[in-house]
Design a protein around this ligand. Sequence first.
Ligand code: GYE
Length: 333
Amino acid sequence: MATLLLLTQGGCGVFRDIVPRETDEPEGHARIQDNGELIIVGFSQIGSESIWRTANTASVERALTKEKGYFLISDNARQKQENQIKAIRSYISQRVDYIVFSPITEDGWDTVLEEARDAGIPVILMDRMANVDESLYATRICTDVTKEGEKAARWLEGDLKEKNRLHDDINIVVLQGTLGSSSELERTAGFESIAAQHGNWHILDRQTGDFTTAKGKEVMEQFLKTYADIDVVVSQNDDMTFGAIEAIEEAGLTTGVGGDIIIISFDAVRDALKLVQAGKINVDIECNPEQGEYLDMVIQKLERGEPLEKVYMVEEMVFTQRNVSGYLESRTY
Ligand code: GYE
């Protein structure tokens, strides 16, 4: 544990609190504070692009509290890799005990993670993957996003079979998440590995909506202008789905169970599950943001010097109108 010294990056004279802040503070205003015996964790979050992301941040904040012996320093990178790199560098110079971060995209992390390694600070990847040598991070906590993509395609197979449309031509458009992020790459790969087995599934287009409602809507509007006969929208998160549904309804079409366009979504946040219940989203593939407890578990293992798995994956489900009711009540995000 780094017991005595903590150099804070803010110029405000107090520790940064655990709510992610923007990274527009001046650099170099280091200051020394006595931090007792707390385990100091520097957390670089991608941003607050989605409900999922906010829930993920909250989960980390709930798990790494002072009561549990942590001092959490958080930073919101506002969707910019350069901000994440800046935050990680500042955690290195503050000599935190652990660095936790969710890489916005897969590439471009070698140098900064080598710097963390040289400083002897273990790095824990959370949620998304970085394309780096395994030796540059201690472990990874995430969801199986490839499997999520596969589950989406398997659900579509089942649905088409039930409707006796297994051999019909099926036109699909894909709203992708942030390009180059592991979530986008793996959900796309997972879905398309199965789509490729169906000669009658036609992926007409795939465009990024950056995991946001506004861009999801914009891209869907374009799809609707370009393609007259869309059967299925695969939207790689719920926030984009909300925008897509708006665009579809504004175009005078309907979505979901018995509607004109089948909607496949990912994340399964409460507002989306309500739309599953209402039949506007056909299926929502859960992506579990509650990764904070795993983080606590992993850090405690590292503190005790216990061996770690290289990856810990959280559990997830698939929600349709048939099973969603039982889960809506308990959904907190
Ligand atoms: O699906 C999306 C978020 O990386 C799995 O990022 C995560 C994705 C999640 O912004 O809503």
